[in-house]
Structures are given as C-alpha cells and as structure tokens.
Design a binder for this molecule. Sequence first.
Ligand code: PXG
Length: 290
Amino acid sequence: MAEIVYVNGEYVDRKDAKISVFDHGFLYGDGVFEGIRFYKRNLFKLREHLERLYSSAKYILLDIGRSIDDLTELVIETCRKNDLDDGYIRLVVSRGEGTLGLNPYHCSNPGLIIIVSKIQLYPEEFYTNGLPIITASTRRFGTDTVSPRVKSLNYLNNILAKVEAVHAGVQEALMLDRNGLVVECTGDNFFIVKRGAVYTPPTYQGALRGVTRDVVIELAKKRGIEVREERMTLYECYDADECFLTGTAAQVVPVSDIDHRIIGNGRPGDITKVLMEDFNKVTTVDGVKF
Ligand code: PXG
C-alpha cells in the first residue's frame, strides 16, 4: 500500500512529498508541529492535539489559514487515503516559502504537511521491565526564552539531549532547567510516584503540556490517586517508589533506573501498571473515528 502524504494542497506519494528549500520551516525552523496517534481508526485526542497546534501557531504569530474543523477534515481525509488501522500522524505547519532573511512577513502562504505513517515504538521489553534513563547535561530552554510550550520545528535542544542518551546506551534522557530542577524528557513527560501520590513537574517550569500527560493525570484522579504538579530535584527522583514517562509515542512507559539508581524494586510499580492499563482502554475510545 502506497504511503500518501498531504503536501501544500496535494496528495502525493511518499517519494514525491517534497518542499521548497526556501521554506522558512526548513531554513529557520520557523513553524510548528504535532505528533498524533490513531488506534483502530480512532484519532486519539485529535481535538486536543489540534488545539495545541493552534496555540503554538498563535504564539509564533503564524496564521494557519484554515479553521480547526477544516483541518480535522483534512487529517481524516489523509488517514482514509492511507490504509492503516494503527499509526502515527506528523502534522507540520511551516511559515512557508519566503526570501532569504528572517522576516516571516516575506513568506507568502503557510506550508501544511500531513504525514500518515507507522510509528517507531520503544521495544516491548521496556514496558515489562522498565526503561533505564540518564540525566542529560543539555538543559531545557527556560520560560524566559521562546516558550517551551510551543511545539516548534526547532528541536535541537531535545535532540542534543537525546544524543547524550544514545551515547550512554539508553533510549531517553531527563532534562533539567537552569536551576537543576527536573523538567521532562526529550520527547516524553516525566512522573514519579511517592507514598501513593503521583508527581510531575509543572508546565510553567518549561515542560510541554503533553496530551498524554493530561490524560494520565485525569486517569489517576479518576482512580482517586492524588496528583501534584510540583517542582522536584534529582534527589526526589532517585528516591521515588515508581517512575514513568508519558508521550504520544511512548504512551505510558515505566522507568527502571535513573542515572544507575534503581527506582523502587526496579520493576514497573503498581500505580504505573494501573495507569498503563487504564491508558490502553481509552486509546480506541477518546477521539475522532475515521
Ligand atoms: N515533551 C516533549 C518535549 C515532547 O516533544 C511530549 C513531551 C509528550 O507530549 P504528548 O502530547 O505526545 O503526550 C512530547 C511529544 C517524535 C515524537 O516523533 C515526539 C513527540 C510525540 C510524538 C512523536 O519524536 N513528542
């Protein structure tokens, strides 16, 4: 089955999915994106992802040029053209083609790309045994720069931290802010469990407000588990009873150790397991069917 990509108004085959070298998304990372998953033809939390896309675009003064309902239809149409029941969507809105120079107002039209594909997941063993992670020396952007809540096309900060993880032989890295407080991982939000309560760093500290993060917070509350958005140091993390990460790609993945400190007994904890199960139940329900 061919992979059909929506590129600036046209549906093309993967091999023909190309953009101009003068697109400011390419030249300057001037644009925003979303990563969305679908499960059994259910676009999981599509509305929430699109709302975040519009919020990111608004922050960078980028007019997407169409309504959220139109974009919803376009995403659905692109999914229908690809015969996949489960997969991943990369939605990219760039500033579009312009002149060489920073001024975004010299760009004519925003670029819009919708890629529907299979997703690269963490190997299954990490869901049963837990994922080892390390702390990166690369610090997360502060909230005094471009807001880290903008899911922009400039991911170098996270990429450099990811490289540190790869060099250390693990799959994810924890990122700290300039004060050494824990923020999030390179493509996943970060949670710990201590004495039955769930803790995650607040978004104002520079964590992306993950769609999966929001879902997991709700699921925990529904279970009567206390959830607190609180700042934390590595001390609290090493000393946690349980630890897990959330993200569109990762879903809910248990963490076995951080910087070689075993978390709890090194196995996925009870609260983590409950949340993993609860999460799996909503992926085919909450969202938009196509
Ligand atoms: N933090 C950061 C920095 C992210 O980029 C998350 C947290 C989790 O957010 P969601 O909304 O997905 O729960 C992300 C999401 C990819 C890829 O291709 C990256 C993300 C999501 C999906 C795919 O690497 N990042």
